[in-house]
Design a protein around this ligand. Structure first.
Ligand SMILES: C[S@@+](CC[C@H](N)C(=O)[O-])C[C@H]1O[C@@H](n2cnc3c(N)ncnc32)[C@H](O)[C@@H]1O
Length: 226
């Protein structure tokens, strides 16, 4: 199997599908599940936020509602069409704005990209755009979620994790199939797992440190310019 550099490997289902396989209509219909609360816990008032990989603005909207300013970045024009905030269409790796932010937010396990040069470039984008004294907020993959196949039902949303593979080098692959109101989307995902030490080494190589974990499972973390 040829593995794409980013964690999303491709997908299928009704409506537009992004290059990494994310289904646009699924994200239009999905709200926040507490992610905004975790993020808000470390935001200064009226923060200037750069959100990388914003999708349809599922988390952008609650951040705007809290009085923050968000520049939302995604490579998918179909995703960005749903945003009401300032947007930039770009790959995260290539983004170089002449502007620094109080907060750089990169969630959705993008940091677990299986390709090391891609991971480095993603983090270099975070380093480039955070102001001195600002904070980078990252969400990483929870290795337990791809340990074995499972089915999760939340209200009218069924998520099946199947075709699970454990590959050499602590890489996991799985297909995530979402069914909402009789519509079904599948996305193949490949993630590089990290220990905390491995992640902190990667951050340090990108000029980031002073790591703080926001959740007991260490999937949400903050980091700062060294
Ligand atoms: C799984 S969706 C999640 C969207 C949003 N973070 C959320 O939680 O609702 C991932 C998004 O990141 C975008 N994305 C993935 N890799 C990207 C890259 N390298 N550069 C720009 N956008 C990227 C995809 O187009 C997609 O909109």
């Amino acid at each position: 199997m040829e593995i794409r550099g980013s964690s999303g490997q491709g997908g299928s289902g009704p409506g537009a599908i992004t290059p990494d396989g994310s289904p646009v209509e699924l994200y239009v219909d999905t709200g926040a599940h507490g992610e905004d609360e975790v993020i808000a816990s470390v935001l200064p008032p009226r923060a200037d936020i750069l959100e990388l990989g914003c999708g349809t603005g599922r988390i952008t909207r609650p951040l705007l509602a809290r009085g923050h300013h968000v520049v939302a970045v995604d490579e998918s024009p179909e995703m960005l069409a749903h945003l009401t905030s300032e947007t930039v269409r770009s790959s995260i790796e290539d983004l170089r704005l002449d502007r620094r932010f109080d907060v750089v937010l990169m969630m959705s396990f993008l940091i677990n990209a299986p390709d090391e040069p891609v991971r480095r470039r993603l983090l270099e984008t975070c380093t480039h755009h955070v102001r001195p004294g600002g904070v980078v907020i990252l969400q990483r993959h929870d290795r337990a979620s791809f340990a074995e196949p499972l089915v999760m039902d939340r209200e009218d949303h069924r998520l099946e994790i199947h075709e699970v593979e454990h590959l050499p080098g602590d890489i996991d692959a799985a297909t995530m199939t979402h069914t909402v109101a009789a519509r079904t989307w599948s996305q193949r995902v490949v993630v590089q797992n990290f220990t905390d030490d491995e992640l902190e080494t990667l951050l340090a190589e990108a000029g980031l440190g002073k790591v703080g974990y926001l959740t007991p499972d260490h999937t949400w973390l903050t980091t700062h310019l060294l």
